[in-house]
Design a protein around this ligand. Structure first.
Ligand code: ATP
Ligand code: LTN
Length: 335
């Protein structure tokens, strides 16, 4: 039975155009994990507003991200897919958990330190509270596993601490989750600077391939990708970081071993190789782009999908939240 499998939850913020790094490093793994786990995948729009957002753009990106989850292979028949703000229990549990966490704990979060520096003097209180909301996302569903990148490990540690503390202070309520760091977590680097990671919030659009970039743009970005000072097509992340990154992308997109690709292109120039890789990427992204377009244009289908996802998620979330409220000492609302 589906609900006897371990529970897994993850989410992404609708704050930029999803790019190749997100697909290779996260989304494709999420798709695979559906086979073994009872998965919940959410678009965390409440998290997005911890940084300034333009309302119209936030709305568009939320729908785009949801459709990209599905276009990449998340199956709403098997997994629960929903928009975070459609399930108000997230904000409610975050408040309760926030009253068990301390200023000291939250002040130690390195992501807060980094991001608050970028906000200058007017740091949003929500940015400080961000990890508590993330803890609520996870604990609300009794998730056992949380696939996240390395930068989120500290938030997951905090989630575990909050869960253990609540369980100890009241009684066993929350599942204490574990981070799930995939075995082959390829880190895709920027096309303009192979020493920094490809990022969807980069100010240089040429540094990343957005999953929805048109074919000509994809080809031209690869053509313009920086290369190393040598001429050989070989995998050597220390000596030739740029070409190694391109080989990593190539291998991830085709499933072929890096050695085989390097062998095939040995003796060829960087220019020729980048043209070939552009074609490979266009073909790999084509089915995702086609599926995306179909889903995104079907407004009634999309509404139904969101309604069903939110209903399923909320039913599960309520069970745990009711328990939390009772244990906390809130009077049950008479029906
Ligand atoms: P931002 O730059 O806006 O912080 P991001 O593009 O780094 O965003 P996140 O939203 O932080 O992406 O991450 C979503 C998921 O994608 C995470 O699981 C993260 O580990 C993965 N991911 C992000 N960038 C890369 C990358 N360059 N290579 C591999 N995986 C990545
Ligand atoms: N903070 C995460 C996004 C996120 C998340 C979550 C991930 C919010 N809530 C719950 C896993 C589980 C990020 O920026 N990648």
């Amino acid at each position: 039975m589906a609900d006897q499998k371990p529970i897994l939850l993850s989410g992404m913020q609708p704050t930029g155009d999803l790019m190749l790094g997100n697909l290779i490093g996260a989304l494709r793994n999420w798709v695979k994990l559906q086979e073994e786990y009872d998965c919940l995948y959410t678009v965390v729009d409440l998290h997005a507003i911890t940084m300034p957002q333009e309302p119209k753009l936030l709305r568009k990106r939320t729908l785009d991200l949801l459709c990209l989850y599905l276009a990449a292979g998340i199956d709403p028949e098997r997994s629960t897919v929903f928009v975070q703000s459609h399930v108000p229990e997230h904000a409610e549990l975050a408040w309760i958990l926030g009253c068990t966490g301390t200023m000291g704990e939250l002040s130690r979060m390195t992501q807060f330190k980094d991001k608050s520096q970028r906000q200058g003097k007017n740091i949003r209180a929500g940015l400080f509270f961000y990890p508590v909301l993330m803890a609520a996302d996870i604990l609300l569903y009794g998730a056992d596993l949380v696939p996240v990148g390395d930068d989120q490990r500290q938030h997951l540690e905090l989630t575990r601490d909050l869960a253990i503390r609540f369980n100890h202070q009241y009684s066993d309520t929350f599942t204490v989750p574990k981070a799930y760091i995939p075995e082959m977590g390829a880190r895709i680097m920027s096309l303009t600077d192979p020493t920094s990671k490809m990022s969807k919030s980069s100010e240089q659009p040429k540094s990343y391939i957005a999953l929805l970039d048109p074919p000509d743009l994809i080809r031209s970005k690869f053509k313009k990708a920086v290369t190393d000072s040598g001429t050989e097509i070989r995998y050597d992340p220390e000596g030739s970081p740029a070409i190694s990154n391109l080989l990593t992308i190539h291998s991830a997109l085709t499933g072929k071993p890096i050695a085989e690709i390097a062998e095939r292109f040995s003796g060829k120039g960087y220019g020729e190789y980048k043209v070939a890789l552009g074609d490979v990427a266009v073909e790999a992204l084509r089915p995702i782009q086609e599926k995306f377009k179909e889903l995104r244009e079907d407004k009634p289908g999309l509404s139904k999908l969101m309604a069903d996802g939110a209903r399923l998620a909320q039913r599960r979330a309520r069970r745990i939240l009711d328990k939390v409220k009772r244990k906390t000492g809130f009077v049950t609302r008479p029906r």
